[in-house]
Design a protein around this ligand. Structure first.
Ligand SMILES: *[C@@H]1O[C@H](CO)[C@@H](O)[C@H](O)[C@H]1NC(C)=O
Length: 320
């Protein structure tokens, strides 16, 4: 009896991320697919950051925020994709409890930062479209810096509270998480400690940290669209809309997938579907953001062609 009691009390230090166990034969194919996605995400976002940092024409609030967003996507995908790639390649799906909580900390705070950055970008578009005459005084470079710094700091600090709660939990029973990254709720479900408080804290944090930026974003766009509809000429309308359409697309994809994943019921039958959808907002959003911005944006395209021609010129110089 005592023996079993003692064994029940042993704490587990390793978890298993089941990942895509439904597709055991496709491990290498999945590995290659995620490798390509990861490299493309890194390349696209690094390019945007470099263009924004180096090109003087892109030193406006909108592009500085875009640079921050791309930098964030680089960090965000790096919190879980390398681990997923390694486990697909080696077949070793274990992760230590502390590794899991660390992953959760970084992906959580970066996701929260993204909500705030998207809100700051929408507010910037709102000022540019609805208050064009006061734009440069309202969105001063100092305010822009404060918004960007605030987004990063705020989210990093907030998730610390949650992680402190999580690190108190002990794990003794089953240790399998049916997901490809460390998700807070499945993680807490595995714990044998009392998780009521942690679940409550998670719930509160999710709402406190995603609802205000979401509402701010929504409000900005409602005001922007109302303003655009009031423009009499069609060309004027299109021209104004084009200054915020890339951002609106990114915001819609980001919040759209998050809302769908969280609205879907919890039970097992649609687990696979949920996994695919969370894949969309964790892996595809960072991949498509640079595409959306560079394909649809004249200024980014110009900066890119300038940079390319500069590089080409240097290469030709070297050859001479
Ligand atoms: C992020 O935003 C700040 C403030 O506007 C800016 O100074 C900085 O260069 C941006 N970072 C990147 C990587 O674009």
């Amino acid at each position: 009896m005592e023996g079993t009691d003692w064994r029940n009390q042993t704490t587990i230090t390793e978890l298993v991320l089941l990942g895509f166990r439904e597709l055991p034969d496709m491990r290498i194919l999945l590995f290659l697919m995620f490798l390509v996605i990861y490299m493309a995400t890194m390349a696209g976002n690094t390019l945007i950051v470099m263009l924004v940092v180096t090109d003087q024409h892109l030193h406006t609030p909108m592009y500085l925020f875009l640079g921050n967003l791309s930098y964030l996507e680089i960090c965000y995908t790096s919190t879980f994709l390398p681990k997923l790639l390694a486990s697909l390649l080696t077949g070793d799906r274990t992760i230590s409890v502390s590794g899991c909580i660390t992953q959760l900390y970084f992906s959580g705070s970066l996701a929260a930062t993204e909500c705030y950055l998207l809100a700051a970008m929408s507010y910037d578009r709102y000022l540019a479209i609805c208050k064009p005459l006061h734009y440069s005084t309202l969105m001063s470079s100092r305010f822009c810096l404060q918004l960007a710094a605030g987004s990063w700091l705020n989210a990093c600090l907030a998730i610390i509270i949650f992680v402190l709660f999580l690190s108190q939990l002990t794990f003794c029973g089953p240790n399998e998480i049916d997901h490809f990254y460390c998700d807070p709720i499945p993680l807490m479900e595995l714990s044998c400690s009392d998780t009521h408080l942690s679940i409550l804290v998670d719930f509160i944090l999710v709402y406190v940290f995603t609802l205000p930026p979401f509402l701010l974003t929504l409000m900005s766009y409602v005001l922007i669209l109302a303003n655009i509809l009031r423009i009499p000429s069609t060309t004027g309308r299109q021209k104004t809309f084009s200054t915020c359409s890339s951002h609106l697309t990114v915001v819609t994809i980001f919040y759209g997938t998050i809302i769908i994943v969280h609205i879907l019921p919890k039970r097992d039958t649609i687990r696979g579907l949920k996994k695919v959808l969370s894949l969309c907002f964790t892996v595809l959003t960072p991949l498509v953001n640079p595409l959306i911005y560079s394909l649809r944006n004249k200024e980014v395209k110009e900066a890119l062609s300038k940079a390319v021609s500069k590089c080409g010129f240097h290469k030709n110089m070297q050859r001479l």
